[in-house]
Design a protein around this ligand. Structure first.
Ligand SMILES: [Zn+2]
Length: 281
């Protein structure tokens, strides 16, 4: 009899445990499938569009796959060197500003990668602050637009290399590269080449020519005529005007022959307040 009672108690205990487990699982199921449950929210979240400017940056910076692979093998300390010159990586101030250094790819007028593994845009600190302002003014016009930088500081050693490998008379050469002996505002980190990028179309705005286009079509000073003769559309010039508007509001100066180039000051002033960035010896 005692044996039967003992067996019954053991069976009852097991049944209680079993039922408790069933009840626990039932509540767990309810909890996981209730809309207010954090677990349920995580399960039902749609895949977020990859639309933050920071993550967009990566594909932009690695468009030239071959050159990136080559760069991995090149020992590089550009960032350390440029930081030692007291220059600022613009994205440490504003991650929403996009950077695609064209001279760090083969997608430039020389079809050569001249920056190696340098991927970041460095500028003088006050120039970088002005660019952050320009981005702010652009976002005021349309938050789905962003500045996209093609070039910032260009060490004089790189400009010398560009100058040396261009095989043409000097009078022709100066149309492509300014003479490194004189020092350009890019050498000081006081000029920037850039365009406007649309975060919805994932394309730069149509400015009528590609970056570094050599010819009258890229000249802001000829825009009225270029619209008149049908070389540029009104929309292309409007896009350039947005760029000029935000950059001049941030106290940059545009030049008459390149829609993408903006100076932060005159060369005389640059010699007074900055040093030329010579490049890694
Ligand atoms: Zn430039």
């Amino acid at each position: 009899m005692n044996y039967i009672v003992s067996l019954y108690k053991t069976y009852s205990k097991r049944m209680i445990y079993f039922r408790l487990i069933l009840i626990f699982n039932f509540f767990l199921f309810i909890q996981c499938n209730t809309p207010s449950s954090p677990i349920a929210e995580i399960k039902t979240l749609p895949t977020l569009p990859n639309d933050t400017t920071n993550t967009r940056e990566q594909p932009l910076q690695t468009t030239n796959k071959n050159s990136v692979e080559e760069k991995k093998e090149i020992p590089c300390n550009w960032d350390t060197y440029l930081q030692a010159q007291h220059l600022i990586n613009i994205q440490t101030l504003d991650l929403s500003i996009l950077v695609d250094l064209k001279y760090s790819t083969e997608d430039n007028f020389m079809h050569k990668d001249m920056y190696g593994c340098l991927q970041n845009c460095y500028l003088q600190p006050d120039v970088a602050q002005k660019l952050v302002q320009a981005q702010f003014f652009l976002k005021e016009i349309n938050p789905r637009l962003s500045l996209l930088i093609y070039d910032g500081v260009r060490p004089r050693s790189v400009q010398q290399y560009m100058w040396d490998i261009l095989d043409m008379p000097i009078r022709e050469k100066v149309k492509f590269v300014s003479n490194p002996k004189n020092g350009s505002l890019h050498n000081f980190g006081a000029a920037v080449d850039l365009t406007i990028y649309h975060l919805d179309s994932l394309q730069p705005l149509d400015m009528g020519t590609p970056y570094d286009y050599i010819g009258v079509k890229a000249w802001p000073i000829k825009e009225k005529l270029l619209i008149k003769n049908g070389t540029l559309t009104k929309q292309q010039v409007e896009n350039r005007k947005i760029l000029r508007k935000v950059m001049t509001k941030a106290k940059f100066f545009n030049i008459q022959t390149e829609w993408w180039h903006f100076n932060s000051c005159y060369r005389k002033k640059a010699y007074q307040i900055y040093s030329i960035v010579e490049g890694i010896p």
